[in-house]
Design a protein around this ligand. Structure first.
Ligand code: BT5
Length: 200
């Protein structure tokens, strides 16, 4: 485990390290979300970690399941892998994959959250411990088991959602997760993108 003070992003710090490495930082000056969005957290207020793992086709869902289980019983997952408490985002996951390895970045709000977001009431080290264990278990689980557990933890399935794709918007019912991890909305398989939960 590599513990750092201030770093641009733990993702970059982890990229050159071997499988099995974990990088944790106190503060990120350029914490990233998906699609180059920002991940915000004042110094010392969050779990900011990157895990170097073997590539896995369902890694993003597996990491979501691991994070949900580590964060506590009230946590649900918004597709693809937002960690939600009471409908508010408490944590996020960024998976970056190459042919040989993957870096799973996980950020969880602990003592601070941006307006409208949620926090997890745990210490950083306790959460890091459970998360490391859960991630090891779920990254070696079968795809069928990962999908089944994701369904149980889902906050998205059964809801009306809006999916924004390049140049197109789909409003429909989030029916299921396919074996490849894609979200099925009104029969259409969505493999990447952002989902908005609509009020039904
Ligand atoms: C994510 O992206 O949710 C993935 C976040 C991954 C962060 C970790 S921290 C350790 C590692 N190192 C990094 O540099 N990154 C990873 P996305 O689904 O794109 O969501 C990003 C959006 O979430 C932003 O555009 C904001 O709207 C919102 N956001 C930013 N900071 C937040 C926070 N602390 N809590 C809740 N929402 C936040």
């Amino acid at each position: 485990m590599v513990r750092l003070g201030t770093v641009a992003s733990t993702q970059e710090a982890a990229r050159g390290l071997p499988i099995g490495s974990v990088v944790v930082a106190e503060h990120q000056t350029a914490g990233r979300g998906r699609l180059d969005r920002r991940w915000e957290a004042p110094p010392g207020t969050a779990l900011l970690a990157s895990f170097v793992v073997a590539p896995h086709p369902l890694l993003s869902l597996a990491a979501g399941v691991a994070a949900a289980e580590a964060c506590g019983p009230d946590v649900r997952l918004k597709w693809p892998n937002d960690v939600m408490i009471g409908g508010r985002k408490a944590g996020g996951i960024l998976v970056e994959m190459t042919a040989l390895k993957a870096v799973v970045g996980i950020g969880v709000n602990l003592t601070w959250a941006p307006p409208g977001a949620a926090r997890v009431d745990q210490t950083r080290d306790a959460l890091l411990d459970t998360l490391t264990q859960r991630l090891a278990a779920w990254t070696s689980a079968s795809p069928a088991l990962i999908v089944q557990r994701w369904r149980e933890l889902s906050d998205t399935l059964g809801r009306r959602v809006r999916v924004e794709l390049a140049g197109r918007v789909i409003d429909g019912l989030a029916q299921d997760i396919a074996e490849d991890g894609s979200l099925i909305v009104d029969g259409e398989h969505i493999s990447a993108g952002d989902v908005i939960h609509l009020r039904s």
